[in-house]
Design a protein around this ligand. Sequence first.
Ligand code: NAP
Length: 279
Amino acid sequence: MPIATTTLPSGELVPVLGQGTWMMGEDRRRAADEVAALKLGIDLGMTLIDTAEMYGDGGSEEIVAEAIAGRREKLFLVGKVLPSNASRSGVLRACEASLKRLRTDRIDLYLLHWRGGVPLAETVAAFEELRRAGKIRHWGVSNFDTEDMKELERLQGGRNAQANQVLYNLTRRGIEFDLLPWCRGRGMPVMAYSPVEQGELASDRGLRGIAARHGVTPAQVALAWVLAQDGVIAIPKASRLEHVRQNAAARDIQLLPEDFAELDGLFAPPVRKRPLEMI
Ligand code: NAP
């Protein structure tokens, strides 16, 4: 089954399941395995790849460059600029450096990694400049809570934001109270990072029963649950081929109403506002 898509505010379709790359590019001895994992993921349809200048101090982008060589056209690359580089000149410089490491001429979605000291309006202006220049195709934000999103929306050009990447998985459901509905109301996808809680959910005892009923692993149940949420894109990171295969296969898992009820019992949805959590 091809990977389902969701729609950006721009109207462009993007796959709801991609690949993360945090912790990649940190050790040359692991590079070949990491490149092989990303390549397999692409072969299996996970063509959205998330990276950041922060990861491996640029090393992750270099791993991505190796993995995507010769197949850039079919991919959707997500990059992130650090808040310490979020001034106008800083963003332009950081983007050029990322493009060079990624060995490409454009980033499909460029995000502010989290909010820092630079006025948001300045960062947005720089993103818009990059977009007009064709260096990035879209821009968005990461780790923005609802109030940050409202502030962003009021800025000139702020409504051009295309996504908000935040921590979201079974154990981190706080965004369901307000941020997720707010984004849905604007047709803006939420990108769920750490969808298997950095591997923790793979050994969650509570998920074993549902996993056994479907003949899958607990990590796949956790991923299938994220994928079942409307307007959410999951970006699990896997450097082991077996994990890549399992994550790609999670798209075919059809959780049943009784599974969702059991999961709500194990991981309660929020009943009041919780400040956005970050990893
Ligand atoms: P994650 O994807 O929830 O978990 C990654 C860990 O889980 C790795 O140790 C991986 O092992 C393991 N794993 C993956 N698939 C598995 C499976 N099917 N069964 C068992 N274990 C599995 O955590 P994450 O890397 O923190 O988040 C995903 C991506 O989101 C990152 O890589 C990054 O691109 C992005 N992110 C963004 C932010 C932000 O601030 N915007 C913050 C955190 C993450 P192996 O690697 O050994 O296969």
